[in-house]
Structures are given as structure tokens and as C-alpha cells.
Write a protein that binds this ligand. Structure first.
Ligand code: HEC
Ligand code: HEC
Length: 296
């Protein structure tokens, strides 16, 4: 073989070798990041068990996605199974295999509001950034509802991430909820449940896991490749909101999964939960999305 061919071959092969090693090192760093301990000091919101809290908790559980991922009976289930990714939400009842039997008020607060499990490790798929701004009353309500669910047996969590996602997680393109949340913020103060932009802004926290904190939309980092980008909900170039001429049109889309022209919105949007949203929440949301200042 001519020396220059040999040299080129050696060069190419070593480059590939370096790239393979780099990918595995990064993937391992991703695994380490998922196993890191996150310190958050929480006092814990005292348990509630009154009928009004349980009813409010039931509503939040259905309409904010908990039931969609953990099952309406709380016994857990597969959330994503797609191209090398397998995520199973754990049983969160007090039954055999349930994650929460020994949960203290502080454990509930850390998991739901901060995305950090009792052992200090971050959740990876659960969108705690959407719940981080819960008022104390809403946090207590959802916990009250889950705690009174009949104990079911069910498995714990499974989190299997494909190599590219582990790499993206290591380099910070994919971020877990604990990274996105500002843990130093005090809990939200309650605003009256009414068709106001202020209440709408509170409800819109539930859309930030996919549509981003400023609701500007875009590609969902780490999602399976066949998922469409999340739409821009905030005003500005490319916003989908002008498509919805009034709150009724918007409410109809959330109930049916169809746009005003009859075409279907991707099932990545969690319609099973969104269609449970009450009229006040939906109308307040519409008001907020159509009147909020445009982000950059
Ligand atoms: C998009 C799916 C999804 C939604 C929505 C969701 N969870 Fe989870 N949850 C998970 C997954 C997956 C885990 C396992 C941890 C992780 O994400 O790595 C989990 C973990 C948990 C845990 C146990 C943590 C542990 O191991 O001790 C609790 C408790 C919990 N979720 C409660 C809730 C409640 C309450 C809500 C609604 C306010 C909710 N979850 C919404 C997917 C979800
Ligand atoms: C699990 C991720 C996820 C969550 C949570 C989510 N969305 Fe979406 N949403 C999407 C994706 C992805 C699209 C793009 C769908 C498509 O292109 O078909 C979308 C599209 C939309 C659209 C555009 C529909 C159209 O006309 O094309 C609206 C409006 C919308 N979402 C509103 C909301 C609101 C309001 C919330 C919170 C209450 C929310 N979404 C929560 C993922 C999500």
C-alpha cells in the first residue's frame, strides 16, 4: 500500500475511534448526571384530607397530566416507548411497589415542585417545571387526592434513554426539570379562579414543559425524532393563536384535538388531560395567550 493511503486510513480510523470513545464518555456523563444529588431545602406543605381539597386534587390530577402518565388509578404505566426510549411512570399509590408509601410532606413537595425524588436524584421525564409554581393549596390538593387513591400494586419507574439523548443530556441540550426550575422562588400566591389573564398565566405553567417557559415553542429537546415541534403560543411571528378567533374555537381544539379547519393536531399534545380542563381555566388561558407580551 502507498504510504499516503496508509496514513490517510490510519487517520480516518483513529478519528472514528476518538469519536466513538467521546460518545461513550459523554453518555456515561449523562448517566452520572441523572444519578447526581440535588439539594433543595423544603419545609413541606402539611397534608390535607378535606373534601374540597380532594375534589380540587382530582381535577388537577386529571387535567394536568398526572393521570395521563401515572394512570387514572395511579398504578403507573408506559409513557414513551419509541426508538430505543422506554419510560414507565411508577405506581404512586400506597400499594405494593408504590413509590409514595413512605412519602413525607417534604418528599411530595420536592418531587412535584422541584423535580427531585426523596433520594435526591432528579426526575427526567416528569414535567415538574409545570408544577413548580403550584400554590400551597394546589400542591396540598393534588397530594390529598393521590394519598386517598385505593392502594394498587404496580411497578416502579423505568427510565431507558437512547444513546443520543444521554449525550444531549450530558452536554445540557436536554435538561431535567430540576435544572429548569428556579428553586429559590417562593410559592405562587393564589389568584382568584376567574376568566382573567392573571389566572390564565397560572394555568399556562402547565404548557411550559413542551411549549417552553416563555411559550415561544420550538423543537422539544430529547423527544423521539417523529415528534413535531411545539407550536408558538405566545404572540409574535409564527404564533398559532390568530388561528383561534375566540375562546370557543380554542376550547373546541382542546376538547377534540382538531384545528378550526378540521385537521388533527399531533397526539403529542396531551389531549387526554387537556380535554378535562374546565371552562374557566380554558377561557383564562385564551385571554393570557392572546394578551401576554411577545417574548423575543
Ligand atoms: C409526562 C408524564 C408525567 C406526568 C405528567 C407526571 N409524572 Fe410523575 N413521574 C413520571 C415519571 C416517568 C416518573 C419517574 C421519574 C422520572 O421522570 O425519571 C415520575 C415520578 C413520580 C413520582 C415518584 C418519584 C419517586 O421515584 O419517588 C411521583 C410521586 C409522581 N411522579 C407524582 C406525579 C404527580 C402528582 C403528577 C401531577 C401533578 C405527575 N407525577 C405528573 C411521569 C409523569
Ligand atoms: C407533551 C407536550 C405538550 C404539552 C404539555 C402541551 N402541548 Fe401544545 N403542542 C405540542 C406539540 C408537539 C404541538 C404541535 C402539534 C402539531 O404540530 O400537530 C402542540 C400544538 C399546540 C397548539 C397548536 C395547535 C394548532 O393549531 O396547530 C396549541 C394552541 C397548543 N399546543 C396549546 C397548548 C396548551 C394551551 C397547553 C397547556 C395547557 C399545551 N399545548 C400543552 C405539545 C404539547
Amino acid at each position: 500500500m502507498k504510504t499516503w493511503i496508509k496514513r490517510t486510513l490510519v487517520g480516518v480510523v483513529s478519528l472514528i475511534g476518538v469519536a466513538v470513545v467521546a460518545v461513550f464518555v459523554l453518555a456515561t456523563l449523562g448517566d452520572r448526571k441523572l444519578a447526581r444529588r440535588v439539594e433543595v431545602a423544603v419545609a413541606g406543605v402539611p397534608f390535607a384530607a378535606d373534601a374540597a381539597s380532594i375534589e380540587r386534587g382530582h381535577y388537577l390530577f386529571r387535567s394536568r397530566g398526572c393521570g395521563d402518565c401515572h394512570g387514572l388509578d395511579g398504578s403507573g404505566g408506559v409513557v414513551v416507548e419509541d426508538g430505543g426510549m422506554l419510560i414507565r411512570a411508577p405506581n404512586i399509590t400506597a400499594g405494593p411497589g408504590g413509590a409514595t408509601a413512605a412519602y413525607t410532606p417534604a418528599d411530595w413537595e420536592r418531587t412535584i415542585r422541584h423535580g427531585v425524588k426523596p433520594n435526591g436524584q432528579p426526575v427526567i421525564l416528569m414535567p415538574s417545571e409545570e408544577y413548580a409554581r403550584y400554590t400551597d393549596a394546589d400542591l396540598a390538593a393534588v397530594v390529598a387526592y393521590v394519598r386517598q387513591l385505593p392502594p394498587k400494586s404496580g411497578e416502579g419507574a423505568t427510565v431507558r434513554l437512547p444513546l443520543p439523548v444521554r449525550v444531549l443530556y450530558a452536554v445540557g441540550v436536554v435538561r431535567d426539570a430540576a435544572e429548569k426550575i428556579d428553586h429559590s422562588l417562593p410559592p405562587s400566591q393564589p389568584v382568584a379562579e376567574a376568566v382573567t389573564a392573571a389566572h390564565g398565566a397560572y394555568v399556562a405553567n402547565g404548557c411550559t414543559g413542551c411549549h417552553r417557559a416563555d411559550l415561544s415553542g420550538g423543537k422539544i429537546a430529547g423527544a423521539p425524532p417523529d415528534w413535531p415541534a411545539a407550536a408558538r403560543l405566545a404572540p409574535g411571528e409564527g404564533s398559532v393563536m390568530p388561528r383561534y378567533k375566540d375562546a370557543d374555537a380554542f376550547a373546541a381544539m382542546l376538547k377534540t384535538g382538531k384545528r378550526p379547519d378540521g385537521s388533527a393536531v399531533s397526539k403529542v399534545m396531551p389531549f387526554v388531560a387537556l380535554r378535562e380542563m374546565n371552562d374557566v381555566d380554558v377561557r383564562a388561558l385564551y385571554l393570557h395567550l392572546t394578551t401576554m407580551p411577545a417574548p423575543r
